[in-house]
Write a new protein. Structure first.
Lengths: 251, 492, 221
């Protein structure tokens, strides 16, 4: 099976290790991974701040970059949610503004092929045991877009539960937003920081060595808050846990 | 200015007010305690009904049917209420509504009225208008009483005094009840039952002598002309049945088509708001009834920005709201910022989409409200009429930064982008170009990587909003794109 | 006044420019896939559920057969220390036949003021329908229930429900039995408030004591 990796702009620039982990993981599972270089950002920061028109070229770019693929896999719940939830809205609004059906059609092509990583593993490949090894106590924070927009449900936990050596610790108040919210983190910094501090406290209370999510943008906020608090809990993307094995442990 | 109650003029933008609220430890504690208590109870009450999602869908559908044919249902309602002995008035804005109500009260010759908690009358600033006309309005809902006695502003739709804990309420009762009527009993403690008893005694004399009652309504049934008020304390029943004259001020979106439609909302509203199977009291009346209850009934149908909201096909969904408050109670932003930061009688997620539509996005606070959310979606999950609040928020953000055609006071107008977004807009345009030119993006990434050793730990200027409380991520030596190129360069 | 009416209606119509002219209200689909009643219960179980839910919201529930009703009412009024009781015009006369002769029976009269009602200790009524799932009794101003205010001002309300015939399972079933034009009061437990720290406290302005008497097997006493 051949898939395209949609790395997302945040992972590309700041978290290349996550992308490398996805490549390693999928290849270990016998999937052929390609990286179409024409890809860019999904447009979520612009769209969610109110700049819909600035987002439109990115919808077209996404469609063109992944035109040759049946599966587009991304290690980001919120970017997958952007494509699935908002691309059709962008298309519909452009059509309503009398600018034709092209964007709506691009969105319609993008939606069914885009998978968040855990969806792809569980729903398409049908695996929950990916042969990973990660000998630490880990707590899982379900990010809002993964939880409520994509409806990832038990998929991430099912994958984590089958990681050898990993002790999965329940996170109190897990369903509560961490306070990142894209530009919300700077536009409403005080509230965002208060939410982040509460989330960090809940994470620290678990005694876990690491906190994991399906989204590095939330982890950027959670990890940054933990670090500023002098906490030793490490933020780790789920893909990096799933990619780790006894032969190639998490570094 | 229609739709703007004087109380809220000149409110600071949400982030400024929220920043102060976040620092108030007592407020944070009160809100956390109250919202977390009700969250769990609501979840339990909802879980009792295995057809909750279908009730929710039906609630959404009934409201959509109503809104798409609102003119039809309003006329039908007017006919039914009139046939049942009521008088219907129409008010295009707050000023008109206040003039109508003040006139009706003055015609009774009375100088005081008792009020049931009503969002619509809060919204139009009716108490202030009555006061100016020499009529004293007594709030009778316990939380409204606390707000009125404390010379405070409401901070929650269901529990306007949610920002107050029992100790603060005790102090307000002890200090203020005497100047509004019967004083608080000596040695009043802070046990909630004792406080409720003090309110009972204080308000009793006002109920018994009342000649004019003022209410809102939760629902108005178009086919029968029936109005419905859902409450807990019995103050509603007092105001709706003891006075000789009843005046109800109700937003035009509160109409539902049929009697049968109530079967949906009377199941979803109590469980969503107070987390009860059913609230203690629900009153339903149709015009006037011979020798039972008020002999005169006036219904004031209020627009005040609702038709402007209706004109927006996406924003219109906010008018489905049945004011249950479930979205406030689950909202992490509301929990930390409190209700006052929203600068409106409608706080929380629903307020963030309702106020900027009812009032427009012209003021600083209204332009900031669509951004008062991390878009976490918890509000949409619990909404009993399935309002996708995050979608409407983003839609309104677009209106704020891009401007465009909107309806204000019934007229189509083109608004300019709101102030204060110029720098951001430039960044977004630059980003659009860069992100659409991956080569340029890659060059930028490389520059960032090469200079990574000299990146500061904290940012100056606007960047401080991030780095004051969160460490900055380290820029890696190599982007993913470069790693891929270096290790698998031949590929595509 | 009519100016306001035409202005508001014109605004509504302009705002709905996107709705096709030939669309009728009925064309907007309402999916009523929800249940008419939750769960599958026998008549006996439905009455039991009503009793359970009434009690859960702090109503005092009593069960009695028809012949025992007068004695039970006598006992409850005495236990409450009532010296006067409001009586709706159509209350079956037998219900209060056993009460202490010293108990004043106060008729529900239009001329009475709220102050006068406030001096009465208790009120006894029937009801129009009771809802098991929510623990609700509904009054609709019928002859055995009287004016709305008589069940509001006195601090003690005794409500007689004829079981099983007056009991329905659910809210949808109750609405189907009720006549919309009649003034209605739906009562679920004594008055309460959640206004202090969102915690429920019973007993505010309405009757602080609500006693519901479920009477089995006819009420022709």
């Amino acid at each position: 099976m051949r898939v395209a990796l949609f790395i997302t702009c945040v992972n590309d620039a700041l978290f290349p290790r996550t992308g490398q982990a996805v490549v390693r993981l999928l290849e270990r599972l016998g999937v052929e991974v390609e990286f179409p270089r024409a890809q860019s950002c999904c447009g979520q920061p612009q769209y969610n701040t109110g700049y819909r028109h600035e987002t439109e070229p990115l919808v077209r770019r996404f469609d063109a970059a992944f035109a040759d693929y049946e599966y587009v896999v991304t290690p980001s719940g919120s970017c997958a949610a952007m494509v699935r939830d908002n691309y059709p809205r962008i298309g519909a609004k452009a059509a309503a503004e009398g600018r034709g059906q092209a964007l709506a059609e691009a969105a319609a092509r993008a939606v069914p092929k885009t998978y968040e990583l855990t969806e792809f593993l569980v729903d398409v490949l049908g695996v929950t045991d990916v042969g990973a090894w990660f000998p630490y106590a880990v707590t899982y924070h379900p990010t809002c877009h993964g939880l409520r927009v994509l409806g990832l449900g038990e998929r991430p936990r099912a994958l984590l539960e089958r990681v050898r050596g990993l002790e999965l610790v329940d996170l109190p108040g897990a369903r509560e937003c961490c306070g990142f919210g894209g530009t919300f983190a700077v536009k409403n910094a005080a509230v965002s920081a208060a939410m982040g501090a509460d989330k960090a406290r809940d994470i620290e209370s678990t005694g876990a060595a690491a906190v994991c999510t399906v989204d590095n943008s939330c982890l950027l906020h959670i990890g940054g808050t933990l670090a500023r608090r002098g906490s030793s809990v490490r933020p780790v993307h789920l893909a990096e846990i799933l990619a780790a094995t006894e032969e190639e442990p998490y570094a | 200015m229609s739709g703007t109650s004087g109380t809220y003029l000149g409110m600071p933008a949400f982030p400024v007010a929220a920043r102060d609220a976040v620092r108030d430890e007592t407020l944070r504690g009160n809100l956390r305690h109250a919202t977390h208590t009700i969250r769990e109870k609501r979840a339990k009450a909802v879980a009792e009904l295995d057809d909750w999602e279908r009730l929710r869908a039906a609630g959404r559908d009934v409201k959509e049917r109503t809104l798409r044919h609102l003119d039809h249902y309003l006329v039908q309602l007017e006919e039914a209420v009139t046939a049942a002995g009521g008088t219907v008035h129409w008010a295009a804005d707050a000023g008109e509504a206040n003039r109508i109500v003040t006139g009706l009260v003055q015609r009774t010759g009375q100088s005081e009225v008792v009020k049931v908690k009503s969002m619509a009358t809060q919204e139009i600033g009716l108490n202030e208008a009555l006061e100016a006309a020499g009529v004293r309005a007594y709030e009778t809902d316990l939380a409204e009483l606390i707000v009125q006695l404390g010379d405070d502003r409401p901070s929650h739709i269901l529990v306007p005094a949610i920002h107050r804990n029992r100790g603060e309420i005790r102090d307000i009762f002890v200090e203020r009840m005497g100047s509004w009527g019967r004083a608080a009993p000596a040695g009043l403690g802070d046990d909630p039952a004792e406080l409720a008893e003090a309110a009972r005694v204080h308000l009793r004399e006002k109920f018994l002598r009342a000649k004019v009652g003022i209410s809102g309504a939760n629902f108005m049934v178009a086919e029968t002309g029936t109005l419905v008020v859902v409450e807990s304390e019995g103050n509603g029943r007092m105001c709706l049945t003891l006075p000789e004259t009843l005046i109800s001020v109700v937003g035009i979106e509160k109409v539902v088509p049929t009697w049968q439609d109530l079967e949906v909302f009377l199941q979803t509203l109590p469980r969503s708001s107070t987390a009860e199977r059913m609230n203690p009291y629900t009153s339903m009346w149709t015009g006037t009834t011979d020798s039972d209850g008020p002999r005169t009934f006036h219904l004031v149908l209020l627009d005040n920005g609702r038709t402007d909201t209706l004109a927006d096909e996406v924003g219109r969904r906010a008018l489905r709201c049945i004011r249950c408050s479930a979205c406030l109670n689950v909202c992490p932003v509301y929990e930390r910022a409190g209700g006052h930061a929203y600068g409106s009688v409608y706080p929380g997620p629903i307020g963030a989409i309702l106020s900027p539509q009812l009032r427009g996005t012209g003021s600083e606070v209204d332009a900031s409200l669509p951004y008062a959310s991390s878009l976490c979606g918890a509000c949409y999950d619990v909404c009993p009429v399935a309002i996708d609040i995050p979608e409407v928020l983003v839609h309104l953000r677009e209106r704020v930064v891009q401007g465009g055609e909107v309806t204000r006071n019934g007229e189509r107008v083109t608004i300019k982008p709101a102030k204060g977004h110029r720098g951001e807009r430039a960044v977004m345009r630059a980003a659009r170009w860069a992100l659409d030119h991956p080569g340029a993006l890659r060059a930028g990434q490389r520059l960032a990587s090469r200079t990574r050793r000299v990146h500061p730990k904290r940012l100056p200027g606007p960047g401080r909003a991030w780095s004051d409380t969160r460490a900055l991520p380290e820029v890696p030596e190599e982007s993913f794109r470069d790693w891929w190129q270096r290790t698998r360069g031949g590929d595509r | 006044m009519s100016g306001g009416r035409e202005r508001v209606l014109a605004r509504v119509r302009r705002a709905l420019a996107d709705v096709p002219r030939d669309e009728r209200p009925r064309d907007v689909r309402v999916e009523r896939g929800y249940r008419r009643v939750h769960g599958d219960r026998t008549t006996v179980q439905t009455v039991d559920l009503l009793a359970e839910n009434l009690a859960d919201y702090r109503a005092l529930v009593h069960r009695v057969d028809a012949s025992g009703l007068p004695r039970l009412l006598k006992r409850l009024l005495a236990a409450h220390g009532s010296r006067s009781v409001l009586v709706p015009p159509g209350l079956p006369p037998g219900w209060l036949a056993a009460t202490d002769p010293a108990l004043a029976l106060v008729p529900d009269r239009e001329a009475d003021t709220a102050y006068e009602l406030d001096t009465v200790d208790s009120v006894v009524t029937g009801c129009a329908v009771a809802i098991a799932e929510t623990g609700t009794i509904v009054l609709d101003g019928g002859p055995d229930q009287g004016r709305r205010r008589i069940t509001l001002v006195p601090d003690h309300h005794l409500c007689v429900v004829r079981v099983p015939e007056q009991v329905v399972g659910s809210v949808p079933q109750a609405l189907g039995r009720l006549v919309p034009g009649r003034p209605q009061t739906w009562i679920s437990g004594p008055s309460a408030t959640s206004d202090i720290e969102l915690n429920r406290v019973e007993g505010v302005h309405g009757p602080r004591t609500l006693e519901v008497i479920l009477v089995d097997g006819g009420t022709d006493v």
